[in-house]
Design a protein around this ligand. Structure first.
Ligand code: AMP
Length: 465
């Protein structure tokens, strides 16, 4: 096992890593860092949770520091594109943590926030700019940003960006970048569209891959509860109450559904907030902070909004509705048991969702232990008074702020996602958390192939992962 020093990283980075308590590089970091330091383009297949943010942030900071000069006015030296605002914010936080001894200017440019301060920030030039594609294009169109002197481009969670319909925006952004640049593309999955994107945007890329697609962490205790029509709400409320005092993340399929569920749980005395694409950036951030700081017990989220979430100690994920796209299940369940912790995932499945359940089990190659909801017990539980835990969540008012991406989105086709700033390493002496949690169980090849979902080709990164 290599250490960070042997990867050739500069001293200020090593001391930032020591402060963050990172003991050793994760597999994606050991593989990717030397290649990026050499200046190669890189095509990385890695899910969030593998340490992929540091895998690109550390060598980028090293390279910027090795060739230090002022960033171009209205431009940046390194540009990282991410699919969601939350993810962009977390990536920027990671850059700040790792680069704390280097004095670089790191900024985010995302929708949902006022463009004016962003223009002012751009005016002075930025060393590392983390942006969502739509808002960045607004700034380039109005000449507030110019990308012509960008040295390094990162496309993070590229498969999500495609799912969200960002391909035209990506093309327009890349067309404004200089040909001579280093490009790094990270994706959790490798559908054909990603291969094509890599072939267009990358120049003779090196390939690295870790972990398998369609894998759920071993330490997540999963179960599915079969429920009859109309029973979900009362069951959810009693599950949330019995989850106490743990942090519970509830997934719904739609924004309206998220609001309804949040309202119901609030009426049951729980401290709740909802995040989805109709919430403003400020509302989302306040809700996430409140969840992180245990000021609320339950966060109700849609898949899109939950992508950027990296919160330690989510102990219970509840799928109030099963996702239409089975990979989203893996992603949702991956919100718990992060960085070495353990967690529970409960899915409520009614008759109309049996097909989704079969698809999930086929993708993950696991049969999820099933229980049948006993209505009598539930009614008894639901009639018990629930603890009245305080007041309003941070933000219940809807606002009309549009999400960053285009209106008509396909649902995500990717598994566990989202990245993060923060948590120091978890080294317990029993092996590293990523080894335990890589923890990932690959789908059975036969079912996987039968399902015809991105079969791994011999010699492909995923096949060699
Ligand atoms: P990511 O895959 O970038 O979302 O990272 C997942 C989590 O792992 C983040 O909370 C990181 O802070 C943490 N992390 C990344 N690299 C390491 C490492 N080498 N040792 C310990 N923790 C790490």
């Amino acid at each position: 096992m290599k250490d960070f020093k042997s990867l050739g990283l500069a001293e200020p980075l090593l001391s930032a890593l020591e402060q963050a308590n990172y003991v050793a590089p994760t597999p994606i970091q050991s593989q990717a860092i030397p290649l990026i330091l050499e200046g190669s383009d890189l095509f990385g297949i890695a899910q969030t949770g593998t340490g992929k943010t540091a895998a690109f942030a550390l060598p980028i900071l090293h390279r910027l520091a090795a060739n230090r000069h002022a960033p171009p006015r209205r431009g940046c030296r390194a540009l990282v594109l991410a699919p969601t605002r939350e993810l962009a914010a977390q990536i920027a936080d990671n850059f700040r943590i790792y680069g704390r001894g280097l004095g670089f200017r790191v900024a985010t440019i995302c929708g949902g926030a006022s463009p004016r301060p962003q223009r002012q920030m751009l005016e002075r030039g930025i060393d590392v700019l983390v942006a969502t594609p739509g808002r960045l294009l607004d700034h380039t169109s109005s000449q507030a940003a110019t990308l012509a002197r960008t040295e390094i481009l990162v496309l993070d969670e590229a498969d999500q960006m495609l799912d969200l319909g960002f391909l035209p925006a990506l093309r327009r952004i890349v067309a404004q970048l200089p040909d001579r640049r280093q490009t790094l593309l990270f994706s959790a999955t490798m559908p054909d569209a990603i291969n094509k994107l890599a072939a267009t945007f990358l120049h003779q890329p090196q390939r690295v891959a870790v972990a398998a697609v369609g894998a759920t962490a071993d330490r997540v205790i999963q179960r599915v509860i079969h429920v009859g029509g109309g029973e979900k709400r009362s069951l959810l409320a009693s599950l949330c109450v019995t989850s106490e005092p743990s942090r519970t993340l509830v997934f719904t399929r739609t924004k309206r559904g998220a609001d309804k569920v949040a309202k119901h749980l609030e009426g049951c005395g729980l401290r709740v907030a909802a995040i989805h694409g109709n919430k403003s950036q400020g509302q989302r951030e306040r809700a996430l902070d409140a969840f992180r700081n245990a000021q609320i017990d339950v966060l109700v989220a849609t898949d899109i909004a939950a992508r950027g979430i990296d919160i330690d100690a989510v102990e219970h994920v509840i799928n109030y509705e099963l996702p239409d796209v089975p990979e989203a299940y893996v992603h949702r369940v991956g919100r718990t048991a992060r960085a070495g912790a353990s967690g529970r995932a409960t899915s409520l499945c009614d008759m109309s969702e049996r097909k989704q359940l079969r698809d999930i089990e086929r993708l993950t190659g696991q049969k999820i232990p099933a229980e049948t909801h006993d209505r009598t017990t539930a009614l008894a539980q639901a009639s018990k008074p629930m603890p009245q835990r305080h007041a309003r969540p941070p933000d219940r008012a809807d606002d009309a702020c549009a999400d960053e991406g285009p209106r008509h989105r396909k649902p995500s086709r990717r598994p566990a996602s989202a990245s993060a700033a923060k948590a120091p390493a978890k080294s317990t002496g029993k092996g590293h958390w990523w080894e335990r949690s890589a923890a990932v169980r690959a789908p059975r090849p036969s079912t996987f192939d039968r399902n015809r979902r991105r079969p791994a080709k011999a010699g492909s990164p995923r096949a060699t992962a």
